[in-house]
Structure formats: C-alpha cells, structure tokens
Design a protein around this ligand. Structure first.
Ligand code: KE4
Length: 426
C-alpha cells in the first residue's frame, strides 16, 4: 500500500532531516512512515502509490475551500504570468490588508509576512517595543511557531521562569517567557502578580489547535481581556489557525473578544506562504518604517500568495461559514452518536470547522488533560483510518479541519469508517 512512499522516505532521509521539511509530517508520534502526497483536489489527496484519502489535515488548515479550487488556481496562474515577485509595493497587498481590517474586530493596520512563526515572533516584538517590557505569557499546549521565545517549557513552579524546550534556545530567552494554563485565569493572574510591570503581552490561541481542538470555557477570553486591561498588558490572539476559519472574523468575532494584536496565517494565504500580524493603530504604528520596531522580508506580500489569499477569502462568504458550521455539526453529532452507542472512552470538541476526537472519556479542558489521553490507542486508530482512506492529522495533539469540499456524503462515509476503525482498536 505504501511501497513508493517508503522508498521516497528512505531517499529523502539522506538529504533532509527526518526526510521532511516540518517534523510533524514524519509520523514520529503515530509511528509508521508517511504517505508522500503527489496531488490534491477538493477534499482528497493522492499519494505516490496512487492511494486516495479523504483529507482532514488540509495542509494544516489552509485548504478551507478544498485543494486546488479552480477559482484560486486560475487567479494564481494569471498572477504568475505577470511575474512572481517584485520586492516593491503592489495594489494587491492593499486589497488583502483592507479585507483583513474589514473582517477582524479592532484590527486597524496589517503587515504581511511569510509564515505564522514570523507573524507571532514579530507580534511579541511589537508588544515589547511598545511597552518597553521584556516578559511574555504563553499557555502550555499553545504553539506559536518555532521562534526562540515560544520553544519554552514550564518552569518547575507555577510562577517560576520558563526553561528552554529545544537545544539552541538560551536560558536568557527562556527567562522572558512565562507559562500559564489554558482556561485557568488564576494561573495568568498569579504570573502577573509575581512579575508585576515586567509583562509586555499575553499570547494565546483563542481556540487551541495544537493540543487538539480545545475551546475556551467559562468566559476565559473575556476574563483574560479584562485582566490585560486592568494590568495594561497587550493581549495577542494567535489566529494563525482560527483566523477566517472559525468565522468570517475569526475567533475574536465568534467569541466577542477583541485582542490588541492578531496573528494570521494558513487560510489567509490560501495555501501559499503568507501570514500577517495586525492590530490597533497605536501599536502597529510602532512598526518600521512608521516606527522603530524592525521587521522585514524579501517575499512579504508576494503577489502570487496575496492573490491566493484574496481569492480564498472572496470564496468565504458568510453563507459559506454557515455551510461549514453545518458540516462540522454533522460530523460532531455523528461522532457523539458513535460514542453513545459504543460507550468507547472517547470525547470530542469542535469549533466551527475544526475538531478533535480525544481518546479520553471526559472532554479535555487543558493541555494536561490531552496529555492523559490514550495516545497509543489514538495511534492505532489513526492507522486504521488511514488504511481505510481517511487522512487525519498524525497526532492526538493536532486538530482536524473541514473544507467546503467535505459534503454530507463524504461526512457520512467517514463516520462509517470511524466506526469500523474504532471497532478494530477497541
Ligand atoms: P507556521 O510558521 O508553521 O506557518 O505557523 C506557526 C503557527 C503559529 N500559530 C499557530 C496557532 C499554528 O498552528 C502554527 C502552525 N501550526 C502547525 C500545525 N499544528 C503547522 C504544521 C507544522 O508545523 O508542520
């Protein structure tokens, strides 16, 4: 079933770390070797052995209108014929910036970059530059890309400083990152009390997507907003995953809480290397050349990527979000029905068109809960589904995504395969 992919992996390992250009693709956590994908269209991807899969990874979120949407392909082909990059301002960048400002509550100014990592790295630089403070608070289980300030593990005590979570990250960097617990407002307040006036920003995924899909609970975002206001701390929503996915205006619109700064990625680039940071005028005017906070990029605002982003957002009308909500609900209700009928120790979370099936009976509230899942059984389930032609994210700690190409028939087919795969592993 995977002969060609296995050969390609062996060859790839010779010249690329782990044979992949991003670690999660290597299937390290689920075991086995990854299918090498050759093409994708709509809700399906096809690998080097000709196996076709219903795709719930959607290149980790961007393919919300399905892979290779004809409107996006056509627009990018035309843009390519006009030249791929100019290193100069273009009207297209204004159009995308205006669309982001129009959608994201409280966003006045936008800077386009090439990756979510770049967006998040710069957003905290803006907060630090604007406040003159060094420390940031992030949350265990939230991922904001691979810049040093975010590759940090929790210190020994609840209020101790962070420690490096990767070789190459310095202790000095780690000490400026504090770790709180998602959905636990007291853990944030405690860090702020112990680090009075040193904290520039709190950054979080408003809906976690990097420890499975974990929604905010008990008005967590509203309480966080109030706490940041009370302490004059910048609140940053990392909406690289949720932005323009969980609603027309992202999580900020869905949950009615406006951050001071945003980061966007994935959907906003329509599958091309494009991301953005954005936010309030008084903060974003600190960014060079308006202000002294430096950030730059050769391919920032690249016309092909911007074209893909614009075309994707044009397709994402309010009605389309209603359709995505209905598709997500169909999948969620189907999974809940399987859990009810089988009594398997499973639970699920969904926010809009992102979801997770957790191998624990009580729906997780935070990262610790997800770490307590039956990971081994998830891994068996993952492979049982893959062999049935359903491609979930290869980790219990990732979220699944739906697109406009996932119609009811596909959802019903997948629910049947989920039932079969669960029966195989329990
Ligand atoms: P990139 O640098 O990978 O474009 O974005 C980093 C990032 C920032 N913020 C959030 C909320 C994110 O989810 C991400 C990247 N997400 C992962 C998937 N969990 C990308 C997949 C990968 O690392 O290969």
């Amino acid at each position: 079933m995977f002969e060609q992919s296995e050969k390609l992996l062996e060859r790839a390992r010779k010249t690329i770390p782990g044979g992949v250009n991003s670690p999660v693709r290597a299937f390290t956590s689920v075991g086995g070797s990854p299918p090498f994908i050759e093409s994708a269209r709509g809700a399906h991807v096809t690998d080097a052995d000709g196996n076709s899969y219903i795709d719930f990874v959607l290149t980790w979120g961007p393919a919300i209108v399905g892979h290779a949407h004809p409107r996006v392909v056509e627009a990018c082909q035309q843009a390519m014929a006009r030249g791929s990059s100019f290193g100069a301002p273009t009207q297209l960048e204004i159009e995308l910036a205006e669309e982001i400002v129009d959608r994201a509550p409280g966003a006045d100014v936008v800077r386009l970059v090439c990756s979510g990592t770049e967006a998040c790295m710069t957003a905290i630089r803006v907060a630090r530059g604007a406040t003159g403070r060094d420390k940031i608070i992030k949350f265990e289980g939230c991922y904001h890309g691979h810049s040093d300030s975010f590759l940090i593990a929790a210190g020994s005590g609840a209020t101790t400083l962070g420690v490096p979570d990767s070789p190459g990250v310095t202790k000095g960097t780690a000490q400026d990152t504090l770790l709180a617990r998602f959905n636990d407002i007291d853990s944030v307040r405690e860090l702020l009390d112990h680090n009075t006036a040193e904290v520039a920003a709190v950054i979080l995924e408003p809906v976690c997507g990097n420890t499975g899909c974990l929604p905010p609970q008990n008005d967590f975002l509203k309480k966080l907003r109030q706490l940041c206001d009370d302490r004059s701390v910048v609140l940053i929503f990392d909406e690289v995953m949720t932005g323009f996915r969980v609603s027309h205006g992202g999580a900020a619109e869905r949950f009615g809480v406006t951050p001071d700064l945003y980061t966007f990625g994935k959907v906003v680039g329509g599958g091309f290397p494009l991301a953005a940071y954005a936010g309030k005028e008084e903060l974003m005017r600190h960014v060079s050349p308006d202000g002294p906070v430096y950030q730059a990029g050769t391919l920032s605002g690249n016309p092909i990527a911007v074209t893909a982003g614009i075309e994707t957002l044009k397709l994402l009308t309010p009605e389309v979000y209603d359709d995505l909500e209905a598709t997500g609900n169909r999948l969620e209700e189907g999974i809940k029905s399987i859990i009810r009928d089988s009594s398997y120790p499973l639970s699920t979370h969904r926010v809009g068109s992102m979801f997770s099936l957790f191998f624990t009976p009580d729906a997780p509230v935070d990262h610790d809960d997800v770490k307590a899942c039956d990971i081994e059984r998830f891994n068996q389930f993952f492979h049982a589904l893959l062999r049935r032609g359903v491609y979930l994210a290869p980790s219990q700690f990732e979220a699944g995504f739906l697109s406009t190409a996932h119609d009811d028939a596909l959802i019903d087919e997948v629910l049947d395969k989920i039932s079969q795969a669960l029966a195989q592993v329990f």
